[in-house]
Design a protein around this ligand. Sequence first.
Ligand code: UDP
Length: 405
Amino acid sequence: MRIAMISEHASPLAALGGEDAGGQNTHVAELSVALATAGHDVRVYTRRDCAELPGTVRMLDGVAVVHVPAGPPEPIAKDELLPYMAEFGQWLADQWQGDEWVPDVVHAHFWMSGLAAVAASQRTGVPVVQTYHALGTVKRRHQGSMDTSPANRVGYELELGRTVDRIVAQSQDEVRELIRMGVPWSRMTVVPSGVNDQNFSPVGPVAHRDGGRPRILSVGRLVERKGFQDLISAMRLVPDAECVIVGGPPADQLGDDPQARRLRALAETYGVADRVRLVGAVPREEMPRWYRSADVLVAAPWYEPFGLTPLEAMACGVPVIGTAVGGLTDTIVDGLTGDLVPPRAPEALGAALRELLNDQVRRFGYATAALDRVRESYSWGRTADQLGAVYTAVSGVRRPTRAVV
Ligand code: UDP
């Protein structure tokens, strides 16, 4: 099949760790490769955010990344992109009407990509599959007035849920949220993300460690909802361990980053600064060595649509302590492949860390079961197969086109 992926802000070619570059970029990159490996022809459409970018970049056989001119060719924060989505959608429709390459299906990632996809579909009739990656209702609940999303995001997300041909949710928790919003259950299929077990595996190079302290690793963009501040607070309860945080801007820019400064100040306040290390952004291909260097991975988000980092750690044979939110409640089986603790509760996290770091047998048991679970249920090949079935189901249904005035 010819598959168009739309990922307006998250390019599969971007460096990760920055504020708007994380799981969605990885997801789109890995999924596209897996679909191409299964024999599909994939084009990923992402916004041109730099004038020097070529129009099209071939990632590998069967996957091309197309840079779409929509808005000024410069970096723009995700929350400021809405005004350019109509232009994005019209550009896609022009391409597909004038080009010999017309997709059988469009898979939109994030709600704004969905708007562009529906706009293009209205002129071309190409069916649309939507994955939200994150929901405005959840963000608003947790961030309140700090949420900088466009005011009408939730309305657009609901409208998409009722318009597109299929919604692919990533976790059972997301299904529950969508139902609460008013999206019918019958329109949804759950297909989780995966992990690349060729790259993320227990055997391979290991990042350097000094001394004999147990290492607690945590990975992600340095945004408040990732809960790094709760982990730093919990470090008071594990006085022998070190905490390594990977993510954020590159190491040489950490000193100017307000979030990094906030976390370092917090570590000083709690008297744990000598045991907390911020590494900055690490290239994707170097992530496995960081996971392998850890005794335990902590993922302590306040909310998390899916959460790739626990899966990546599990694939590297590292036990995980996660907060019982979002996708983590599907991927981590409490007491079997890791521990689940309440979010925003440093005491509970500290107690769980202390217990697990003191119990080598349990760590080994979790790591073994986690590896088994990842191999059985979370390969990208499996994700691609499940999505292939969804695409086949919707692509038989050509949508009626509508003239756009
Ligand atoms: N990541 C990376 N380098 C970094 C920080 C993160 O490659 O310095 C990757 C990480 O391995 C994972 C993704 O970024 O694949 C983060 O995805 P997750 O779902 O955990 O969080 P999101 O960014 O989507 O909120």
